[in-house]
Design a protein around this ligand. Structure first.
Ligand code: NAD
Length: 259
């Protein structure tokens, strides 16, 4: 049978990039999917693609930093599909890239509340629906949260990504009693549309540091990875093939962080 037959997943940031690729792959492997995202049109296309392949999916229009909406959406998804087995907390933004002294408190809050508070809320409202049968939570952090700190002006982003990883480890220990596994994935550069809404302040130039290797290079790929490559890792962590893996961080960066 299929790896995820009879399972239900909720995926945040499911309309684009890594979330979209994971939604399609998990659906192809038999999971029913709750697709959570801000952006209607492209998420509805993912919903349509899954239904056309004979799968089950439902789009929920949410901002992951909005507690009320998240509570409602996750409750609706759990009601519709009967249970939640898999959570992929993946929605994220680069936010505003800026020197620390020029970064506005509002920009800091936007990055932290999307990436870090959004992860907390996703888990807070999903866990009650997972406790009975156990399950798997996968959180998208980044190499920028633990191994690589050269992203120009990414202090808020890095802090949010490090926070996600620390939060995940506390959660892995706390939720082990319910047989809920929690793992973190740390992608390097992946070709998605995350850069489209990234703001760069003009003061960034003053903190530029010389790079000793070509920006974005990865030994294995000579360029960014693809969302589908990350989706393969998500499938593994979502399935029982990773039944003894919890509380860990897995790098998926084409050896970028060895440079
Ligand atoms: P993407 O922009 O292609 O997709 C992100 C999705 O999240 C979008 O559909 C967007 O609408 C959604 N989203 C953003 N803010 C939201 C909010 N407040 N509420 C609900 N949905 C929201 O980007 P991606 O590269 O696929 O990013 C997915 C995750 O991967 C992010 O957490 C990102 O930080 C992480 N990541 C990406 C890279 C990369 O190079 N692309 C590297 C490391 C980590």
């Amino acid at each position: 049978g299929l790896l995820l037959n009879g399972r239900t997943a909720i995926i945040t940031g499911a309309g684009s990039g890594i979330g979209r690729a994971a939604a399609l792959l998990l659906a192809r492997n038999g999971a029913k999917i709750g697709l959570l995202d801000l952006i209607d049109k492209r998420t509805e296309e993912v919903e349509k693609a899954i239904r056309e392949m004979g799968g089950e999916a439902e789009f929920y229009d949410v901002n992951v930093s909005d507690p009320q909406r998240m509570e409602q959406a996750i409750r609706s998804a759990a009601g519709r599909f009967g249970r939640i087995d898999i959570v992929f907390a993946n929605a994220g933004i680069n936010g505003t890239l800026s020197p620390i002294e020029d970064l506005s408190p509002e920009a800091w809050d936007e990055t932290l509340s999307t990436n870090l508070k959004g992860t907390f809320l996703t888990m807070k409202y999903a866990v009650p629906h997972m406790k009975q049968a156990g399950g798997s939570v996968i959180i998208t952090s980044s190499i920028n949260g633990s191994r690589k700190f050269s992203g120009l002006g990414m202090s808020a982003y890095s802090a949010s990504k490090a926070g996600q990883a620390a939060f995940a480890k506390m959660a892995a220990l706390e939720l082990a009693r319910y047989k809920i596994r929690v793992n973190v994935i740390c992608p390097g550069a992946i070709e998605t549309s995350i850069g489209e809404n990234t703001e760069h302040t003009k003061q960034l130039d003053k903190i530029r540091i010389p790079v000793v290797y070509p920006e974005g290079s990865q030994p294995l790929e000579h360029g960014p990875g693809r969302p589908e490559q990350v989706a393969d890792l998500v499938l593994f962590l979502a399935s029982d093939r990773s039944s003894h893996i919890s509380g860990t961080e897995i790098y998926i960066d084409g050896a970028e962080t060895l440079l």
